[in-house]
Design a protein around this ligand. Structure first.
Ligand code: HEM
Length: 507
């Protein structure tokens, strides 16, 4: 999901960098002045170059970090120029909430990067659509059929099975080779994908015949085509996005890559949908999100493809990112892990942790929110377009401006958080937050477009973390203490987490 949500480029920077380099050289030779015209009552401007604006300063693949650095110089709100567009960047929770809640009516249109526009068939998904009737309808579908509380009750057994399977796998691994470090991600990712498939399609698909590929593909290939390739594709940059006047210049490599990835995704999802329809004809019980969508009798094949794909990809990613970082931090800090273990023992005793216990585990809740703060899976929210001139932080923001919310900048601001670079769940227990407050950070967004899957993500991640710590003592593989790098601008841990597990009770 994070890759789908992020809007700033990070993937193929070569073309952009080459254009930027050429303009930098040109500017140096001709002595052209930097782009930095201050405008009264408008957010401060970060100086850039003519034509490309600040594009050349963003060529390293972590724009969220560059934005956060600029906020130390220019303040929490400033303007940059990316090619032909004026972009206002927000780096404080207060400003982010102002934009997402109070000023939502003026700033509600999505500005999608080209690759995501193609993959979403021009905004035909909940997360990509603009505020309006289509969004209202499909948001209702995803809540009623998958993510709302009664739909989530229906998938309770699937989530329990996911937990039991992960624990059994870890136990087996420890019995087979007690001293070897374990790849956490492999175990969690497989089970999370199984859950995504089961709740979206009604079964843990093991393979599917795809007519367009003229063969049966395995579950691993399904994952590759509908999840991994999509994540990579969405970070592909079409440099023409920044210079609409040059839209006529061909960019065949980009177009071919996105078109191929999109058509393979569509072929696989349609094959999965057809496979499910055949099982329904054979009398299988209807209890998945797809079954719910089919029962509406109003959706086209294209609608079904995009909505089912959205449900799979969004549940197969961010929850893994958060749980992996939480286990990384707990494995690194035995004192905090002990504190969590003691809390679990006090509340659950000998009973296995279940979702019912979660409201009574405040330290676990704090571990989850602190992980979302320090390692937000979505570090930059999708750009929004100002439809009608408005104000933000007292500054005027004209219609046509793009607004980017830098979640990383908000969560790492030392004006809002003491020692923001420290992972410290205790900060959420000092009375400033309600135990039930889901949105302590803006890592789930805010306002009308707040994450629709936060309840599912919270119950899966928290139950998993608690059960992992209840059953094993976790320790990081030696030398991995500083492995905090992420994939580009995403929250995804660059290298998978490796841990040693010691059983806390007999297995
Ligand atoms: C820790 C896990 C997660 C995080 C941090 C997260 C983060 C976000 C954020 C920041 C947004 C808002 C984007 C914006 O304002 O533009 C969002 C929207 C959304 N998320 Fe999540 N997400 C998570 C898990 C999930 C899961 C598990 C699902 C579903 C299976 C999901 C489905 C959605 C949907 C459908 C939207 C669009 C809501 C709308 O536009 O009305 N998310 N998510």
């Amino acid at each position: 999901m994070e890759a789908l949500l992020a809007t700033l480029p990070a993937g193929s920077w070569r073309a952009v960098a080459a254009t930027a380099a050429a303009v930098v050289v040109l500017a140096a030779i001709t002595g052209v002045r930097m782009w930095s015209k201050e405008r009264p009552n408008m957010p401060p401007v970060v100086p850039g170059l003519p034509l490309i604006g600040n594009l050349y300063q963003l060529r390293e693949k972590k724009p969220h970090k560059t934005f956060a650095k600029w906020s130390e110089i220019y303040g929490p709100i400033y303007t940059i120029r990316i090619g032909d567009s004026n972009v206002v960047v927000l780096n404080s929770t207060e400003l982010a909430k102002e934009a997402m809640v109070a000023k939502f009516p003026y700033i509600s249109t999505r500005k999608l990067p080209k690759a995501f526009s193609v993959l979403s068939h021009d905004k035909m998904m909940v997360a990509a659509s603009d505020h309006g009737d289509f969004h209202k309808t499909v948001k209702h579908f995803i809540m009623a059929g998958l993510l709302g509380s009664s739909a989530q009750k229906q998938f309770r057994d699937t989530r329990n099975k996911m937990m039991d399977n992960m624990l059994s796998t870890f136990r087996r691994m420890v019995i087979n080779n007690p001293r070897a470090p374990r790849n956490f991600r492999e175990v969690f990712r497989d089970e999370l994908f199984r859950l995504s498939l089961t709740q979206s399609l009604g079964e843990d698909v093991s393979s599917v015949y795809v007519k367009e590929l003229a063969r049966e593909i395995s579950k691993e290939e399904i994952f590759q085509i509908i999840v991994v390739d999509m994540m990579t594709c969405v970070t592909e940059v079409d440099w023409r996005e920044f210079f609409p006047n040059l839209g006529w210049v061909p960019n065949k490599r980009f177009e071919a890559k996105v078109a191929t990835t999109e058509s393979r995704r569509t072929a696989v999802i349609q094959a999965l949908i057809n496979q499910r329809k055949e099982r329904i004809v054979c009398g299988e019980a209807r209890e998945s999100y797809l079954d719910f969508l089919l029962a509406q009798n109003t959706l086209t094949d294209e609608n079904l493809t995009l909505l089912v794909w959205e449900a799979i990809i969004e549940s197969a990613d961010t929850t893994l990112v958060t749980t992996e970082w939480a286990m990384y931090e707990l494995s690194k800090d035995s004192k905090k892990q002990d504190r969590l273990y003691r809390e679990i023992q006090e509340v659950c005793g000998e009973d296995t942790v279940t979702e019912e216990h979660l409201p009574r585990l405040p330290y676990l809740n704090a571990v989850f929110h602190e992980t979302l703060r320090l390692h937000a899976p979505v570090s930059l929210l999708p750009a929004r377009l100002v439809g009608q001139t408005t104000t933000l932080g007292g500054y005027q923001v004209p219609a046509g401006t793009e607004v980017i919310i830098n979640v990383y900048g908000c969560n790492m601001s030392n004006k809002e958080w003491d020692e923001p670079e420290e992972w410290s769940p205790e900060r959420f227990l000092d009375g400033r937050f309600e135990a039930t407050d889901m949105y302590k950070t803006i890592s789930f967004g805010a306002g009308k477009r707040i994450c629709a899957g936060s309840a599912q993500a919270t119950s899966i991640a928290c139950t998993a973390i608690a059960r992992f710590v209840q059953e094993f003592a976790w320790r990081l593989r030696e030398g991995d203490e500083d492995m905090v790098d992420t994939v580009h601008f995403m929250g995804y841990k660059l290298l998978p987490l490796y841990v040693y597990l010691s059983p806390r009770r007999g297995m």
